[in-house]
Design a protein around this ligand. Sequence first.
Ligand SMILES: C[S@@+](CC[C@H](N)C(=O)[O-])C[C@H]1O[C@@H](n2cnc3c(N)ncnc32)[C@H](O)[C@@H]1O
Length: 323
Amino acid sequence: MLSVANVLIHASQFPENVRRDLLASLRARRVNHKFHYDSVKQTQKWLALHQAYSPTRNDADCRAIYEKSFAAAAAQIKSRRVHVIGLGCGGGQKDTRLLKLLQARGKEVFYTPCDVSAAMVLTARQTALAAVPERNCFPFVCDLATADDLQKFLVTRHPSLVTFFGMIPNFESGKIMPKLASLVRPKDFLLFSANLAPGKNYAAGMKKILPQYDNPLTRDWLMTFLDDLGVERRDGRLRFKIEDAKTTRLKRIVADFHFRRLRRIEVENEAFTFRAGDAIRLFFSYRCTPGRARTVLNRHGLKVREQWIAKSGEEGVFLCRRK
Ligand SMILES: C[S@@+](CC[C@H](N)C(=O)[O-])C[C@H]1O[C@@H](n2cnc3c(N)ncnc32)[C@H](O)[C@@H]1O
């Protein structure tokens, strides 16, 4: 293996644009999620907490729903060549299992690990090299929320299998879904997974999954953003709660840092003052139901062909095609 990697970096992640987005987050006191994956340190912390708390790592049945969806996608794709596009690929573990399966079925595989974090993209690339030759791997760093010319870079010569795993909870669906849908052509497939609120009682389901967020590893990961800006942990308290979203009928877990004393920080010559009683939203995660996930996909021209829901009711995978 070469000791260098070619990585395409979209302008949405050029320093001047990242700086603009950071200032916007601080002005609005609502942190864009991408800032929690920015550095190598944050990437490592997220990978560690994912390992500790994600049902895909700790629940054999949850892992099995992904395996079944991969097998179904592989069986339905008839072309000999297939290009997997991992949107928000993270460490690339799920995409790599999918790539291995496609390869085992005799397909020539291509892979574009795509993520806002260069460290994630490189981690996913490294993981995927167990299944994909280096010449068929095209790492791509970009901000899916702000890039408006994704088709130029993510529309491939061969039929593609787009993966969008665990991404929807951290986005406003009205903004991200049109972009996702624009990347799925009639000859392509989409594997989409969503974190769900388990059980028939939505509110009780939300309470059940709260500990997957309100735990020491997640607190430490989220606080890294504020630490790096010069906010001290004793400046306030990080609180998790469940709230009803204003624009949708969904509930979400949110994490806000509440200041209990004055803190001034300076970023790019701009001063930000937080007083006792002020708060900054660090994180949110929507939880939906299988029916709601299908409705959202359908609204954006994506038809669910098959779905797999974990017995725990906490995660679902949907295999979709353009209607
Ligand atoms: C919850 S993780 C999911 C990772 C992976 N798909 C999985 O299922 O294990 C979210 C991923 O989205 C990436 N991400 C967050 N905001 C993004 C954005 N605006 N554009 C592209 N990727 C983003 C993060 O860097 C992170 O790798």
